[in-house]
Design a protein around this ligand. Structure first.
Ligand SMILES: [Zn+2]
Length: 277
């Protein structure tokens, strides 16, 4: 444990500016993972920023698309979705789609954004989620999947950027010269996780989530049923919230939530239920 009173020690900032930073691998991952929660919090007057790690250029079946044009189209789709949801800022880091690794450059880019926006909550992919393989005897009509490498890489990059990166005065010292003070994120929410412990009631914003996803025309076409699929899934999640936690919700998003820092004035509130309305 470092001596915080040692000569030359600088304080770690713990006062947030933004409520949440959602970090996804591709344009549309933030929408799927936390679109309705983002819209809900934005409606409550909270500041939200989304980050997209890759340029999204592998998200098509057409090999001869021009990368730059396709990237810009997908970024425009993402901006339109953000506007609909009330997400105030979106940052595109443009690492090559399909080739994201837990590199120094990627970690540093996230540390810089965390120190710049100071989100209370960071929301991203659960990096431990590799394989979904339902028992073929129990669910013969269900297909499984292998979680995209960029999703896993994003989760790992973000976790490594949170600790020890963003909150450590001796990590990324060169960022101090840019005015980026070390900052401690209060909570981490992981989506696409099989270790869910938190449900958010998004009945008020599930429609917006669907409309936001419909902005991603390169992914789902102009007349997609994506909004209906997302609504059905959110109803399933709400059912799970009832079974596991006795919560009454019509539509929900779910997360694996980890608390890193509880501000002193909130200590008396620690035992409130793990759900935000
Ligand atoms: Zn993705």
């Amino acid at each position: 444990m470092a001596d915080k009173n040692a000569p030359g020690a600088i304080p770690v900032v713990t006062t947030p500016d933004y409520e949440a930073m959602v970090i996804g691998a591709h344009p549309d991952d933030d929408d799927f993972g936390a679109g309705a929660t983002s819209a809900l919090w934005a409606k409550q007057g909270k500041k939200i920023v989304w980050v997209v790690m890759t340029d999204g250029t592998e998200g098509s079946d057409i090999p001869n698309l021009v990368d730059t044009e396709f990237m810009l189209t997908r970024e425009q789709e993402q901006r339109m979705a953000c506007e609909l949801l009330g997400v105030q800022k979106v940052e595109f880091l443009r690492f090559p789609d399909g080739h994201l690794t837990n590199s120094e450059a990627a970690r540093k880019a996230i540390v810089r954004l965390i120190r710049q926006y100071r989100p209370r909550v960071v929301i991203t992919h659960d990096p431990s989620q590799h394989v979904y393989a339902p028992d073929p005897d129990e669910k013969p009509n269900d297909t499984g999947y292998y979680n995209h490498a960029d999703h896993r890489a994003t989760g790992t990059i973000v976790l490594d950027a949170l600790y020890p990166g963003s909150g450590n005065p001796r990590s990324y010292r060169e960022l101090l010269l840019e005015g980026m003070q070390p900052y401690k994120v209060h909570e981490l929410y992981l989506f696409f996780s099989d270790q869910i412990n938190t449900y958010i009631d998004v009945s008020e914003t599930i429609d917006l989530k669907g409309k936001g996803l419909q902005c991603h025309i390169t992914q789902f076409g102009p007349q997609s049923e994506i909004a209906e699929r997302v609504r059905e899934h959110a109803a399933e999640v709400a059912k799970e919230a009832k079974e596991k936690k006795g919560l009454d919700m019509q539509y929900a998003e779910s997360f694996r939530r980890i608390k890193f820092f509880v501000p002193p004035q909130e200590e008396s509130k620690i035992d409130v239920p793990e759900v935000q309305q």
